[in-house]
Design a protein around this ligand. Structure first.
Ligand code: ZN
Length: 150
């Protein structure tokens, strides 16, 4: 039997084992640290913006659980080429999906591949792992510093 959850699981495992856009970006236009003390996840996000305000490149480094690494990997793919405003919109949609604030499925179409992380809403302790990279990305766009999820 084909199970969508198995497929989602495979995508998460793949992105954890082979994270996309992993590494340092030097020089970069903005960067931030992210720390999720509950789980111990640490991320560093680097971004380059072009003249039109688009995210020309984004990379991340860090160590954390499978969910935090897979989420960061998926996020870098999702926001590359988008404007910072679009990246913030995606952040809102992603946060809505994993915290289930929104009507179920309301924004999942817009989220595309990121929807594989929808399952974390059933594991409240994992939600912070999934959103850590997004908070860190937002902090970087807002001038840098350290994002903490508590
Ligand atoms: Zn974690």
């Amino acid at each position: 039997m084909f199970d969508l959850r198995d497929l989602y699981q495979q995508v998460i495992v793949d992105h954890n084992k082979h994270p996309r856009n992993f590494g340092r970006l030097d020089p970069c236009d903005c960067e931030a640290e992210g720390h999720n003390p509950l789980c111990g996840d640490r991320l560093h996000i680097y971004m380059k913006l072009d003249d039109a305000g688009r995210i020309a490149d984004v990379r991340f480094e860090g160590e954390g659980c499978a969910i935090s690494v897979a989420s960061a990997s998926l996020m870098t793919e999702a926001i590359k080429g988008r404007t910072s405003a679009q990246a913030r919109e995606l952040f809102e949609a992603f946060q809505g999906m994993v915290t289930a604030d929104l009507e179920t499925g309301a924004d999942e179409g817009k989220l595309g591949k990121l929807a594989v992380l929808a399952g974390v809403r059933e594991f409240p302790s994992r939600i912070k792992c999934a959103v850590l990279c997004w908070h860190t990305m937002k902090t970087a766009l807002e001038g840098g510093g350290t994002a903490r999820t508590e």
